[in-house]
Design a protein around this ligand. Structure first.
Ligand code: C5J
Length: 221
């Protein structure tokens, strides 16, 4: 029987054996107070709405024995992998500075870690990425290719930055991407809306948009 996700602009057929869940940057630095997101002047309550739907979808993906991959944006302690243009953006980006959860966006610090609600279990790869897109300077494509993955369910934060960058990159690499709208979060409601519209416009120009209930239902069939 053919599996389908109910989605816009039209339903997406998929095979659970060649589908992976990619959880983008659900780190304390983006979704908890005192991290990078808040240091940049954002209200993290806007992105926290994605946590519960992500948890439900993560549980469903694990029940379906799907490949689950987590990503984390961040840098080496000496910041040698952080481009000067990112480090000095606007005079101050806070990267590497001390905050309530340790040095901001630095690997190994508390703020860089994934949130406990969505913590990886044994066997789930965690991709450390220095950029916004999850393919840039990482082995994500190799892992997906070796696992025979064709379809990606992409969740996480933030919708118009790391999620969308990753979906655009994945689409160019030949993956079909579906984004459950309640499993992605932005500090800016207008950006959330526009980013999701851009993905599915023009006949799914670079992906599909759905919601956690429909994706979980698709996985159950
Ligand atoms: C940002 C991200 N927003 N994970 N990173 O800087 O979206």
């Amino acid at each position: 029987m053919q599996h389908q996700f109910r989605a816009e602009p039209f339903d997406l057929p998929f095979d659970p054996r060649t589908t992976a869940l990619v959880m983008i940057d659900m780190q304390r630095d983006f979704v908890e107070p005192g991290g990078f997101g808040e240091a940049l002047g954002n209200d993290v309550s806007f992105v926290r709405t994605a946590i519960e739907p992500c948890k439900r979808l993560l549980d469903a993906a694990r029940r379906a024995h799907m490949l689950v991959i987590h990503t984390r944006e961040g840098h080496r302690a000496d910041l040698t992998d952080c481009p000067p243009a990112k480090l000095t953006r606007g005079g101050k980006t806070f990267i590497g500075e001390n905050g309530p959860m340790g040095r901001i966006l630095v690997r190994g610090e508390k703020g860089h870690d994934l949130i406990p609600e969505l913590y990886p279990v044994a066997g789930e790869p965690v991709i450390d990425k220095p950029g916004k897109g999850a393919f840039y300077e990482t082995d994500l494509h190799l892992i997906l290719k070796n696992a025979g993955i064709k379809t990606l369910i992409v969740c996480g934060v933030t919708t118009e930055v790391c999620v969308t960058t990753t979906v655009r990159e994945a689409n160019d690499r030949g993956f079909e991407c579906i984004v459950p709208e309640d499993c992605v979060g932005s500090y800016f409601p207008a950006f959330q809306k526009a980013a999701l519209e851009m993905i599915k416009a023009q006949g799914a120009i670079f992906g599909w948009v759905s919601n956690s209930a429909s994706v979980i239902e698709g996985l159950r069939v």
